[in-house]
Design a binder for this molecule. Structure first.
Ligand SMILES: [Zn+2]
Length: 464
């Protein structure tokens, strides 16, 4: 390739900022500004340097310059677990001492069931995700009245956001065959549409949880997700004491719910009640997923023993931790502190998720200041646990990419990478760089969106 010709093909665009950071490096210069140079056409990062060392080739009057000196730049974030079809239910208070079941009843009662309502909720959720600097989501397409839905997938395919739409299903006891038939039909219909959709929206599969999907239901999910479809797999796992009671002892409110729904039968009785933890119960499934084409993504993992940690690392399972959701449901009080730092130390990729808007604070739905964003999860862990900024940036970007089987380079600010988007966080009230972005309570984030072919600075006012 002729280097002179390739230089003429790029259209540099310079952003001066306080600092920039990604999972690999914090770009800062003794408090002085840094210069990030993007190709205006492709969004590729051409250079990051201290502003005083900006390469001469970019110091030309025809190179646009955007000064954001009170801002810290981060790559667009990955929310690895959310339920955008529940956005219109809105944030709701919850009393963990009443247990998980009244909450489940409320969601079953209030979730949208008509296609137009589901699509509207997902679109509103997309806006709130974008407002919080999100570039990609792992979104659970819920199954209203236990029927899998491809409406969120179709809606996300038209959204300015990369996504995996995990089709959720239930399949247990007397509902096993009905659940398997339903998800098989939904996958076949969604795969047909996939060729018409943009590549930024992909299909995944989510057997709901070990208390609503039997092991044969999980095995069916492995078959559906295998080559040639190669669908990412995700499940709720080890979330609550009720789940542990059901799996270990075949009793408690989860069993009562199955009985009330007429689903409980001897086949379930033969699978649970063997004293196993939920992760031990699912271990053979997690191992098969890894050997088949890709490891499972396990969401929550609030309830994890030492043996469970061995299983998660031995099966290459990715974990998504939803800190504010876990706190909302009282997991730290009921199950002890989340072990995400031990998981990371063992090489288990731990990503972040928001879970649904129902468990977020009321401000999340505010039309002006609301957002559904893992930036707030990162801030929560920074303030609660003192977790270092570099670890949190990795959890909110490249670890999320791993959970969604997406390219990590889409969520990096390194020279040569092409991030899907870049967020700029206002730290004008702080003297700090990247740590200030986590200490800030300012919900506003500005996004430099490189998806649309040019670098557009936009705010929530023109959010889609
Ligand atoms: Zn969830």
């Amino acid at each position: 390739m002729n280097p002179a010709a390739s230089r003429e093909d790029v259209h540099p665009f310079v952003i001066i900022a306080r600092a920039a950071a990604d999972a690999r490096r914090v770009w800062t210069h003794r408090g002085g500004p840094i210069a990030l140079v993007l190709d205006e056409v492709t969004g590729r990062v051409l250079s990051i340097t201290p502003a005083s060392e900006l390469p001469r080739e970019f110091l030309r009057s025809d190179v646009p310059l955007n000064v954001l000196s009170d801002f810290v730049l981060l790559p667009g974030l990955v929310n690895a677990h959310t339920h955008l079809d529940l956005t219109d239910v809105g944030p709701r208070p919850h009393d963990p001492s009443r247990g998980f079941m009244p909450w489940i009843d409320m969601v079953r009662r209030e979730r949208p069931t008509e296609a137009t309502d589901i699509a509207a909720a997902v679109r509103r959720g997309v806006s709130l995700c974008r407002a919080g600097g999100t570039a990609a989501v792992g979104d659970i397409a819920g199954a209203p009245r236990a029927v899998p839905s491809v409406v969120p997938f179709d809606t996300l395919a038209a959204a300015p956001l990369a996504s995996v739409s995990y089709l959720e299903f239930f399949a247990i006891g007397n509902g096993l065959q009905r659940g398997i038939d339903g998800i098989t039909g939904a996958v076949l219909s969604a795969v047909e549409r996939q060729s018409a959709h943009s590549v930024s929206a992909r299909l995944g599969l989510q057997p709901h949880a070990p208390n609503t999907v039997s092991l044969s239901g999980y095995r069916h999910a492995l078959d559906l997700a295998a080559a040639p479809r190669k669908m990412p797999l995700c499940t709720h796992l080890a979330e609550s004491p009720e789940e542990r009671e059901f799996i270990a002892h075949a009793r408690g409110p989860q069993r009562e719910l199955l009985e009330a729904l007429g689903l409980w039968n001897d086949a379930i009785a033969g699978e649970v009640g063997r004293g196993l933890t939920p992760i031990e119960h699912l271990a053979p499934i997690l191992a098969t997923a890894r050997s088949q084409w890709t490891p499972f993504t396990a969401v929550h993992c609030n309830d994890v023993s030492d043996t469970d940690l061995d299983i998660l690392s031995g099966t290459g399972t990715r974990v998504v931790y939803c800190p504010r959701s876990s706190d909302y449901f009282g997991a730290p009080e009921r199950l002890g502190p989340h072990r995400y730092r031990e998981m990371l130390a063992r090489g288990i990729p731990v990503a972040l998720g928001t879970d649904s808007i129902i468990n977020l604070p009321a401000v999340a739905a505010d039309p002006e200041f609301g957002s559904i964003s893992v930036l707030d999860e990162m801030r929560h862990l920074y303030l609660r646990d003192g977790t270092d900024a570099a670890t949190l940036f990795a959890m909110g970007t490249v670890n999320g990419a791993c959970a969604l089987d997406a390219p990590p380079g889409d969520f990096q600010l390194s020279p040569g990478s092409t991030p899907l988007s870049i967020i700029a966080i206002d730290v004008s009230e702080s003297r700090e760089g990247p740590d200030g972005a986590l200490r800030s309570e300012d919900p506003r984030s500005w996004v430099l969106d490189t998806l649309s072919g040019t670098v557009n600075v936009w705010t929530r006012k023109n959010a889609v």
